[in-house]
Write a protein that binds this ligand. Structure first.
Ligand code: AMP
Ligand code: ZN
Length: 432
């Protein structure tokens, strides 16, 4: 049941001791980077006095902008000779961030993934088709090595090329896939277009959903479409990539692997710790990495801590699904809205298809919000009145979830642009 029982079920006191040991080692590394050396000097911080998770709070958080300003070598703590790989994420604006790994860093990361995959039930008898993009994106190679470590047969197919994906799924009787949730919804349509039933004609039993926010409703839909269990996989390239937090079979939050990361959930305004259940920003410190130590990284991801022991016996803290990002929230008519709120409503409606988007416009100083959503094709053959009733119902549900009343447009399947990578949901065309 466990990949590493001792670590996964470690008691909280011993975990804190282990974290403290690793924090000290991380400080030794941090001192070797030009970014943290300068920061410690400016802030008059003696890194040797940082010895426990609580002590970390003396260090100001690190942001994506800091990582960018340090490009290319500002966060490198070893010689380049020791480095064997780099990953990089470009995000929306120019300069990329870069994370270097020593051979040992990669072994540790791979282990976190093997632990996570084993936890959700993957075994060496499985065939694992990794549908994430290989290359600089961490969902490809990261997950790949985790699967190999378990001994599964890994198919490094990469992202996109749906016809080929389906061909492999069918011919190799793939049992596990790693896929972006929005693409999982699209792919099931394409599978049906090939006259295959994703439930009956494929052999899937485990689906790893990662890389973008998705609601419980989307997970349920994916599980129903494929007749397989879907698990939430959370990670970010600054903290290696996948393998930061993973859902266990009890599926009530994701265990964040605290032997590798120190977790804080902070109120984004005050930067004070949130109580369990209180939504805040995930802030992470890597403590099991040599080449690129990152202290108190502000992920911009919003989640809350789930209190109490998990029936699976693992002691590592559980975080909720990501409820949004501090930067994907938009304000419409003075109300803060996260795209996931819209998604939740849409995916709860069986008539709704697999794609949607939110378009914001400004005309004569007045904002409009339109939710464009694809619905199942059979509905277009029925009565017009029925469609109108559906439109009104979705609109009312959106109003009760978000407190604003968006326009709703029902579209035929495959009319909205699709993406094989992370989906863009919000198109904010307002000139602010
Ligand atoms: P990247 O660094 O390109 O891998 O992107 C990392 C970001 O993707 C995270 O900070 C999250 O915003 C998002 N992300 C990754 N996995 C998940 C997940 N399971 N649920 C929600 N958001 C996710
Ligand atoms: Zn658990």
């Amino acid at each position: 049941m466990y990949w590493e029982k001792d670590i996964e079920t470690i008691n909280r006191d011993d975990l804190k001791k282990l974290q403290s040991e690793r924090i000290k080692k991380t400080m030794v590394q941090a001192k070797k980077t030009s970014y943290y050396r300068d920061l410690f000097q400016e802030q008059h911080i003696d890194p040797d006095t940082i010895q426990t998770p609580e002590d970390l709070r003396m260090i100001p958080p690190t942001t994506k902008e800091n990582l960018r300003s340090g490009f290319p070598f500002g966060f490198l703590a070893t010689s380049l000779d020791e480095v064997v790989r780099l990953h990089s994420s470009s995000g929306t604006t120019g300069t990329p961030t870069v994370i270097y790994h020593t051979a040992e860093d990669l072994v540790n990361w791979t282990n976190l993934l093997a632990r996570s995959l084993y936890m959700v039930g993957m075994r060496k008898s499985d065939t694992f088709q990794n549908m994430m993009s290989y290359g600089l994106f961490t969902g490809g190679l990261g997950m790949h090595y985790g699967g190999e470590k378990i001994g599964a047969l890994v198919i490094p197919i990469g992202a996109g090329n749906s016809k080929r994906q389906i061909w492999f799924l069918k011919n190799f009787k793939t049992t596990v896939i790693h896929i972006i949730p929005s693409y999982a919804l699209l792919l099931s349509n394409l599978i049906k277009n090939e006259d295959l039933d994703p439930k009956k004609d494929l052999n899937l039993r485990i689906i790893l959903l990662g890389a973008e926010p998705h609601s419980e409703e989307t997970r349920k839909r994916v599980e129903e479409l494929y007749g397989a269990k879907a698990f939430n996989s959370y990670g970010l390239s600054e903290m290696n990539g996948p393998g930061v937090a993973f859902e266990c079979p009890f599926q009530n939050g994701s265990h964040l692997w605290e032997d590798a990361y120190v977790l804080e959930i902070l109120n984004p305004k005050t930067m004070e710790p949130c109580a369990p259940g209180e939504l805040g920003e995930i802030v992470l410190t890597s403590i099991d990495r040599k080449a690129t130590p990152i202290i108190r990284y502000q992920t911009k991801d919003l989640a809350y801590l789930i209190d109490g022991p998990c029936p699976c016996g693992r002691t590592h803290s559980r975080i909720s699904r990501i409820q949004g990002r501090t930067d994907d929230m938009f304000i419409y008519h003075g109300v803060n809205i996260f795209p996931i709120q819209v998604e939740k409503v849409l995916m709860n409606n069986p008539e709704v298809g697999s794609n949607y988007r939110i378009v914001l416009e400004r005309q004569d100083y007045r904002d409009t919000m339109k939710v464009e959503v694809e619905i199942k094709s059979e509905l277009f053959f029925g009565e017009l009145q029925k469609l109108e009733r559906l439109r009104e119902r979705i609109q009312a549900e959106l109003r009760s979830e978000t407190l604003v009343t968006p326009e709703v447009a029902l579209l035929e399947p495959e009319t909205l642009p699709t993406s094989e990578g992370k989906a863009q949901r919000v198109f904010d065309n307002r000139q602010l």
